[in-house]
Design a binder for this molecule. Sequence first.
Ligand SMILES: Cc1cc2nc3c(=O)[nH]c(=O)nc-3n(C[C@H](O)[C@H](O)[C@H](O)COP(=O)(O)OP(=O)(O)OC[C@H]3O[C@@H](n4cnc5c(N)ncnc54)[C@H](O)[C@@H]3O)c2cc1C
Length: 327
Amino acid sequence: MSRRIAVPVEVYRGQITDLTRECLIAARLVARDEDEVVAYVFGEIPDHGNSALQLADRVVTLENGQVSQPVALAQAKLLCSKLDRKDTELVLVGSSSWGLDVGPLVAAFWGVPLVANCQGLERRQASLWATCRICAGKLLVDVEVGAQTAVVLLLPGSFLRKEVTPRATQPVMEKESVSSQEWDARVRFQRWIEPQREDVDITQAEILVAVGRGIERQENLEVAEELAEVLGGVVCGSRPVVDQGWLPPTRQVGKSGMIVKPKLYLAMGISGAPEHVEGMKDAELIVAINRDERAPIFHVAHYGIVADLFDVIPALKEALVARRQEA
Ligand SMILES: Cc1cc2nc3c(=O)[nH]c(=O)nc-3n(C[C@H](O)[C@H](O)[C@H](O)COP(=O)(O)OP(=O)(O)OC[C@H]3O[C@@H](n4cnc5c(N)ncnc54)[C@H](O)[C@@H]3O)c2cc1C
């Protein structure tokens, strides 16, 4: 029987997010020949949005003056009213701050299961299986998505590099108008608030030396500062380091911090929790130092060093200084 895999499209500042593209890739990979992948766009399709949307069989734009406002409650309600639950096998939503609102709301409105922290999705014979992170990313579990309909929250980076065969034909484009009754106006979007940037802008740095809880205490940041200086980079950190007040909030990388894409990201004493990885997974080169060989940061690192950072940093600094003197 033909079923639908629905992907609500997240648009941030006029761009379809990379995470939405990942959801469409995942949808494509699990869709059977008879299934239909449908992307739901709230408002107009942004410029440059088409390449991600090419992965869908059908693109539905939901239109009235308000729907593009990032108001999860109203958007989730709208999605539920426009989608037929019985025909829908999956609603695949990116695990961004927007998706973390929209996905659970859809699951709650429909009374269907929510599969969170999903980093893998595959069809094994007739069943759909999800691989999910639990215990802050320290463990993975395989779960069978047994329900007729389910909402899956996909972690960023999970399908980024997965290959998918391009569709031979263009997606069918549809427009659906939204009446004012269909839009829940109880929550209203007001404005974007830009964070203050008095400090170094880590989003612009080419080399980042990132420290996590493994740095142990504020005084130890000095070794990271020294290494950053030799490398010509900037020190940043995970949330616990910022929460402790050892680094300012402007230096926090991750979901509730900055999204960075440096040429080199040196992660030291950072476990690699999904909320941190969300902010740095797109760095060109990731080198992780952690004394726990099972630390999830090694899943995203291009190079991993299983060692004590207090042994590695001085040795690395010494080698860099020696090389500079030779040159
Ligand atoms: C809604 C929400 C938003 C969040 N936003 C963010 C965010 O923006 N950014 C963020 O970073 N986190 C965020 N978090 C927190 C996140 O879940 C993790 O708790 C956090 O990233 C863990 O930081 P960490 O890796 O530094 O610490 P830990 O998880 O405690 O890891 C420390 C690591 O250091 C290693 N280590 C210890 N000593 C040494 C040593 N001497 N040498 C080498 N390795 C050593 C350990 O093996 C361990 O892997 C958020 C959480 C929530 C719920």
